[in-house]
Design a protein around this ligand. Structure first.
Ligand SMILES: Nc1ncnc2c1ncn2[C@@H]1O[C@H](COP(=O)(O)OP(=O)(O)OP(=O)(O)O)[C@@H](O)[C@H]1O
Ligand SMILES: [Mg+2]
Length: 220
């Protein structure tokens, strides 16, 4: 079964509160369809426990989108979003929800003047939430304390760059993050493609890093 595309509209005109609600709901619908598609590819019976876990994770994602939406709704409907403060909030909320105090140290290096259109901020926030979630869950399976870094900046040609990295064990051997993975990385790839952003991963036994570059026309 083909992977569904993410059906939220591009903000060519009249970006406002109504658009934002519609985009958030469309994004949620797309995520539910992606999960349904993943189940459709399974040849085996799925246990009640697995269904419960998947629904709980779906609930977490709905909660993340609601939080991102609330954060964006606090600003003007057509105002640019300062990525630095926004991504800091996104990453901090994930870490405080998923890890014990002191277990993860978050580092930020975000330029203050890194601005994006509000409609771009929702998918960018979700991408960072998925990657920080993965870093918290998988980077240090032995439970040692670790560090997660989030950085963003804007180049002279207005290309926005976002980086998320950790100092953990790296991705599993033979794993290709541009093709493999579950709903999380699938979502990262689909959202990046919708944003016309280029993404890349690098990893070794000292950590995993992710970079996204979003072209100039999607920046305010
Ligand atoms: N930062 C990381 N460090 C180590 N392994 C990672 C990291 N990020 C991802 N992985 C590996 O990649 C796999 C796929 O990640 P992905 O986010 O697609 O799915 P998932 O986290 O297992 O499930 P979900 O659909 O809930 O996100 C993970 O199960 C994990 O083995
Ligand atoms: Mg994941």
């Amino acid at each position: 079964m083909a992977v569904p595309t993410l059906a939220y509209s591009r903000p060519d005109f009249a970006a406002g509160a109504h658009h934002r609600v519609a985009n958030s709901l469309a994004l949620l619908a797309s995520i539910v369809r992606m999960q349904a598609s993943a189940f459709g590819k399974r040849p085996d019976m799925v246990s009640c426990d697995e269904v419960r876990t998947v629904l709980e994770e779906l609930g977490n994602r709905v909660h993340t989108i609601a939080r991102l939406h609330g954060r964006l709704a606090a600003g003007p409907p057509d105002g640019a979003v300062a990525l630095g403060d926004y991504l800091r909030d996104v990453a901090a909320a994930v870490v405080s929800a998923l890890s014990a105090a002191g277990q993860v140290r978050l580092r930020f290096a975000c330029e203050k003047d890194c601005l994006v259109a509000p409609e771009r901020a929702l998918p960018l926030g979700l991408i960072v939430a998925e990657l920080v979630t993965n870093a918290v869950k998988y980077a240090h399976p032995a439970g040692v304390a670790g560090e997660i870094s989030v950085a963003c900046g804007v180049a002279d040609d207005q290309t926005v760059t976002i980086e998320v990295s950790d100092d953990g064990i790296g991705l599993p051997e033979g794993f290709d993050p541009m093709k493999n993975g579950n709903l999380g990385l699938q979502l990262v790839r689909c959202l990046a493609s919708e944003l016309a952003a280029r993404i890349s991963f690098a990893h070794d036994p000292l950590g995993t890093s992710f970079e996204l570059k979003m072209p100039t026309e999607t920046v305010v």
